[in-house]
Design a protein around this ligand. Structure first.
Ligand code: NAP
Length: 416
């Protein structure tokens, strides 16, 4: 039962339900969305037109998304006096799947971060970031087409758990005293201190999700990225727990690197997904010089944060990088860049990140025909060198268009 204080849910459409261990998606699902601050409304308007056109074209009116606007950030603060109204949290919880544009992070304390609140409430433990290149999109590397990875970043643990105290605080002092007395650890008296928790529960469910994705999408490998040579009982344990999940839960579908070398002369047997691991620092180098070695990456929170942006830089930057925060069922897809406030209301910026997040959303609903139409529309539009300013300025012979014109071109290019 959904009880809202200020918002009125749409009269039409139905909620997605979770039953028999899976999502039950009706033909007219109600999906909450936050358009976002700054350039958010520009990219939302453009992306929503693309989503609706793709669904209409794919299913000819037998399926339709019923959008339900919910509020957060500046718009919520202005209209409801809260940066993150309870109604918004309730709507995302009740309707299971939603999407959001970028939000301003107000400077100063005393409020809950939207992303953290939603993540905690819905336990959105995997941040999923697919990174692929579209022909003609400017790239700093020579062979951007060789990169096609999906990064699964653990979203709830690691140093992001927020367990830290500032330098000079009484709390930091107590912690420093405690670890000296209990463990003989020497930490400088004026240090700020933090904890880095990584658990088997948190690590295994993330790797499990990554392997399941590899199976569903016929991917060839899952690489566990870690810094286990230095942090043995957190990062190193992540690696161990990852292999354990593969061994104990996916023995018929996966093979480890060692096994592959030992039993198959280093050649991946058909039908098996290779489970390998690499140290985080060298992964940055390898992602650049041999990106084809990576398919699915499963990694901790901090490594994943760095790696996702570094990978996105190879294929057009943050204007093109989609993402989703996903639990076992609940999911919120989002533009991964910020609000780019200097371009607000100019119909100028690239809607690609939000549009591609919508592709992820449609795939998540089990509507791949609509998702594929958008991908095809984007491929053709870039092929024609029709681009927003950010890509056009780096591309010879590009036709620079506004956000809305780009959306129109993508919709036209879905045809045929
Ligand atoms: P930003 O908004 O991501 O913008 C930085 C620059 O990135 C822009 O000036 C622009 O580059 C480029 N850019 C960003 N989005 C683009 C798009 N859609 N198309 C083309 N280019 C794009 O980062 P920021 O200025 O550091 O942050 C602004 C606000 O966003 C802050 O309040 C921050 O807290 C918030 N933020 C929110 C999220 C989120 O909600 N997920 C994430 C990050 C930041 P050029 O200047 O070169 O054209």
């Amino acid at each position: 039962m959904l009880t809202l204080e200020t918002l009125k849910p749409p009269r039409e459409g139905e909620a997605i339900r979770i039953a028999d261990g899976r999502l039950q998606v009706p033909a007219t699902p109600i999906l909450p969305f936050i358009e976002g601050d700054g350039t958010g409304p520009d990219i939302w308007r453009a992306s929503q037109r693309i989503f609706d056109a793709a669904v209409q074209k794919a299913y000819g009116g037998t399926r339709r998304i019923v959008w339900f606007e919910v509020y957060a950030g500046e718009k919520a603060h202005k209209e409801f006096g809260s940066w993150l109204p309870e109604d918004t949290l309730r709507a995302f919880q009740y309707y299971v799947v939603g999407i959001k544009g970028p939000l301003t992070t107000p400077v100063g304390g005393g409020f809950r971060s939207l992303n953290v609140s939603l993540r905690q409430l819905l336990d959105l433990y995997a941040c999923v970031r697919p990174v692929r290149w579209f022909e003609n999109v400017p790239s700093p590397v020579k062979y951007p087409e060789r990169l096609n990875v999906v990064i699964f970043r653990e979203n709830t643990e690691d140093i992001y758990a927020g367990l830290e105290h500032p330098s000079g605080s009484a709390e930091a002092q107590r912690l420093i005293d405690f670890v000296r007395e209990a463990f003989g650890w020497k930490v400088r008296a004026d240090a700020g201190v933090g904890l880095k928790p990584m658990s088997p529960f948190g690590s295994k469910r993330l790797v499990r999700k990554a392997i399941n994705h590899a199976i569903q999408k016929n991917r060839k490998s899952v690489t566990l990225v870690h810094k286990g040579n230095i942090m043995k009982f957190t990062e190193g344990a992540f690696r161990e727990w990852g292999y354990q999940v593969a061994r104990e839960e996916f023995a018929d579908k996966t093979i480890t690197w060692d096994q592959c070398e030992r039993e198959h002369g280093g050649k991946l047997p058909p039908g098996k997904i290779l489970i390998q691991d690499t140290i985080a620092d060298v992964t940055f180098q390898h992602l650049l010089i041999r990106p084809e070695n990576f398919d699915i990456i499963a990694t901790g929170n901090l490594n994943g944060d760095y790696l996702s942006d570094a990978a996105a830089a190879q294929v057009g930057g943050i204007g093109m990088a989609p993402g989703g925060n996903i639990s076992d069922f609940h999911a919120i897809f989002e533009a991964t860049h910020g609000t780019a406030p200097k371009y607000a209301n100019q119909d100028k910026v690239n809607p690609g990140s939000l549009t591609l997040s919508g592709v992820m959303l449609l795939e998540y609903l089990g509507w791949p025909e609509a998702a594929d139409l958008i991908t095809r529309g984007l491929e053709r539009t870039f092929k024609q060198k029709i681009m927003t300013y950010d890509l056009a300025r780096l591309t010879d012979g590009a036709r620079e268009v506004r956000t809305s014109e780009f959306a129109t071109a993508v919709i036209e290019n879905m045809a045929g």
